[in-house]
Design a protein around this ligand. Structure first.
Ligand SMILES: [Cu+2]
Length: 149
């Protein structure tokens, strides 16, 4: 019994250590149907920074069905999208140095992957932030919530 407990604690300790880094990295897919693979993402509030890896599992090129992953507050989303549309594809549909953006990946086409790492210091745990794709028109379908828990 003692042996079993020792083994269990070692396993727990190990998994806690590895889970820590893993839980601060989130994966999400996007496709040619203008969809993200999930509408909710969360990370432990113990994460000092969070990395989001975006994979475009479709085939269409970036100028036709490009996707990015952008994080902001719900109230800032529309302004970021409006200014992003004006900034164009060459700016990944994000106004350069837009301070309302908490984190944003590049726009990618089918078969590509990209990622962004952002600090969590300015975020409030338990608050729902909004993630979306800023490619023109996509946010209507490509939108979800990100929460530090
Ligand atoms: Cu998109």
């Amino acid at each position: 019994m003692k042996k079993l407990i020792a083994l269990l604690s070692t396993t727990l300790l190990l998994s806690a250590n590895t889970a820590y880094a893993d839980e601060c990295t989130l994966n999400i897919d996007a496709n040619d149907m203008m969809q993200f693979s999930t509408k909710t993402l969360s990370a432990p509030k113990s994460c000092k920074q969070v990395t989001v890896k975006l994979s475009h599992t479709g085939k269409l090129p970036a100028n036709v069905m490009g996707h990015n992953w952008v994080l902001s507050t719900e109230q800032n989303m529309q302004g970021i999208i409006t200014d992003g549309n004006a900034a164009g594809l060459s700016n990944h549909y994000i106004k350069p140095n837009d301070s309302r953006v908490i984190g944003a990946t590049d726009i990618i086409g089918g078969g590509k992957t990209t990622e962004v790492t952002f600090k969590t210091s300015g975020l409030t745990a338990g608050t729902d932030y909004t993630f979306f794709c800023s490619f023109p028109g996509h946010y209507a379908m490509m939108k979800g919530t990100f929460t530090l828990k």
